[in-house]
Structure formats: C-alpha cells, structure tokens
Write a protein that binds this ligand. Sequence first.
Ligand code: NAD
Ligand code: DAU
Length: 366
Amino acid sequence: MSDRLPDAPHLLVTGGAGFIGSELVRQVLARRDGTRITVLDKLTYAGNRANLAEVEADPEQAARFDFVHGDIADPDVVGLLIPNVDAVVNVAAETHVDRSILDPEAFLRTGVIGVHTLLEAARRASADGRPVRFLQVSTDEVYGDIERGRSRETDALAPRSPYAAAKAASEHLVHAYHVTFGLDTVITRGSNTYGPHQYPEKLIPLFTTNALAGEPLPMYGDGMQVRDWLHVRDHAAGIDFVLRHGEPGEAYNVAGGNELPNRDVIARLLEAAGRDWTLVRTVPDRPGHDRRYAMDGSKLAALGWRPRVAFDEGLAATVAWYRDHPDWVASARSGDWDAYYARQYGARLAAGQAVAMAEPPGEGAG
Ligand code: NAD
Ligand code: DAU
C-alpha cells in the first residue's frame, strides 16, 4: 500500500504531551524508521512532559525528537515550525466535555483560532513548494447522539456539547482548506479512549483513581449511556495509519468495537480494582448528556486497519498502571485539581447522597 509521507518524514505533533499525543510520539519513534518528531504543546493542566520521559531517556529516539512549549494559536511559533515539516498531526485540543460546560471559551480558542493558525501556516508552506499533509484528530462526538445504528463518515455532523461543537468547527475549517486551497488533509474520528497516562478527569481514569483511593464514584444519571471504548494504543495506531494511507480530503472513523453502557464499564473496572459497587453514587446528570455513540469502522477496515486490544485486558492493564504510578496520579491531582473537583462534583455528590445507592448492572434503572 502506498505511503503518502516521504521516507524519514519530519512530523509536527501538537498536543504531544497529552494522553493520545504522547502515545503517538512513543509509538512512532519506537519504530526507528528515521521519522523525526517536533512536539508543540502548551502544557495546559492536561499536558505533562513526564508522558514523554521514555522518549527523552532513549538517546536514539531523543536525537529524533524536539519539544517546543507553545500555543497552536500563536502564529509566530507555528509559522517558524511548519515550514520545516512534512506533516502536521493536530492532536491538541481542550478535551473534557464537563469542562466545556463550565468554561467553553478555551475550547473555541484552541479548536477554532488554533486550528485556523495551523491551517494558514500549512497552506503557506504548501504554496511555497513544501507540501504539508495535515491530519486533524477529531472525535465520534461530532456526530452527536445516535439512538440506533452506527454513524458513518458521510453522516451529517450534529454536535451537542460545547466541546463537540468546537471539534466540529475544527473539522469544517480543515475541510474548507482542502476544498478551497487544495491542502492535503485527512481527519480521524476516534471513539472514547482509555489507557495509561490519561489525565484522571474522564470516566475510566477518574473512577479508577477514586476506586483505588476508596473515594466515591459519581455516576451521572442512570448510567445506561453507551460509549464505544478504544485503547490508546489502537487510537494512536489508527491515527498513524490514516496519516500514511488516508485519501486526501477524507475523514475516517477510528472505532473501538467495544460498545458498553457505563454501568457495565464501572462494574468491570471495580472488579479489576478489587473494589465493590458500594463506592458508586448516582449523581445529577451532565446537561445535554449524549445517550449513545456508536461508529461504523468499515471504511478504515477496508483500507486494512482494525483495533487489536481486547477491552477487558486493556482495562485490567490500565487499572494496574494507575495503581503502579501513584506519583503520576498525585502530580495530576495537584494544582487546580481540588478546585475543579469541588466545582464539578461538590453539589452533585451532596445531592447524590440523598438518592438511593447505585446498584449493579441488571438491577438498576435502565
Ligand atoms: P489531553 O487532554 O490528554 O491532551 C491535550 C494536549 O493538548 C495536552 O498536552 C495540552 O497541553 C495540549 N494543548 C491543549 N491546548 C493547546 C494549545 N492551544 N496549543 C498547544 N497544545 C495544547 O487530550 P487527549 O485525550 O489525548 O485527546 C487528544 C485529541 O484526541 C483531542 O483532539 C481530542 O479531541 C481527541 N479525542 C480524544 C478522545 C478521548 O477519549 N480522549 C477520543 C476521541 C478524540
Ligand atoms: O467519544 C469521544 C470523546 O470521549 C472524546 O472526544 C472526549 O475528548 C472524551 O472526553 C470522551 O468524552 P465523554 O464525555 O464520552 O467521556 P467521559 O469520560 O467524560 O464520559 C464517559 C461517560 O461517563 C459519559 O456517559 C459520562 C459518564 N461519566 C463521566 C464522568 C467524568 C460519569 O457518569 N461520571 C463522571 O464523573
């Protein structure tokens, strides 16, 4: 199959100090095929240079790696970096739906102004004779809630949270730069991702770290919302595959093939953590909470890519990773963590204690 990147390419990976970005950097550099990577990362609360320690400790990989601390919405830094690369992989974003409900502005700044800044620099470099391939990492949330069936790449985008709306806006800009200026673009739409190094604010890392610490697990609403779980190793591999083999102008679903109600995920996670259901609290729901995401992965499968990690194995290894990395967890739960947790969960947990304790799958509402 043809590779759309030159030999020994130089990639700009934005957001490379985050969860999925750092896995992508580790995977690509470990292949030792001469690929160079420059990471551009703002180091928000979710970015952590320790996620790249493995790369920086390996002299051969470190020689093909640079880290730049900066913002994708800064035209000066972006304009210096992009003319030197063969491809931009835009992983950077504000990524937590609950924070987009508390404070949407940063989501729009990075998702709209930041993506536009990257696209402009890529367009200029390409027009000046240095073609730049542009991969935008997107999400199944752009399709919105889907009651039955599975979202396909040709479906209309119908985002419903500020996070998803910002991601859809990014996608529209990327597509517009392909159609209008002929920029070589591809888009990946990944499903809910889990694994090591994920900042502990989302369902699996939050409930894992809380369970290991014996703290309550705040389950929104009836817990029967469905998500399709994708291991971070598979998500990064899917992005890398589309970068090399995706058709210009196309979008690709990167589906996990593990559609599960939250209650089921929580029960499996508790088992892996050696805890029981008494830690779970039903708490007032997330506003506008999407009930179900499900994607059809056949377009990428037809090109030859499928996820590999079995959910129960991936989950058990993830729980073990958090158990084995208390310093990483303590550092993530420092700074503004307590203020965020109080704002997001204080009133919810107080209200949650007034309702009945959640029950295991099969016995509860749903
Ligand atoms: P994350 O929150 O762990 O990391 C985001 C990274 O981007 C951090 O390192 C942060 O410092 C950096 N960043 C944020 N704003 C920036 C800016 N303006 N300039 C430069 N760097 C900036 O995110 P993640 O979970 O790894 O998600 C990565 C991408 O994958 C995002 O685009 C997200 O929308 C998408 N995605 C995530 C999931 C998931 O379940 N986590 C699923 C599908 C798609
Ligand atoms: O679907 C892909 C998306 O998955 C990504 O694009 C986003 O970046 C990522 O944050 C994730 O979004 P979700 O909102 O689906 O993930 P989250 O882990 O926040 O929630 C998963 C489910 O668990 C959802 O139904 C809400 C529920 N939940 C979550 C939290 C944090 C709870 O019940 N309690 C919680 O405390």
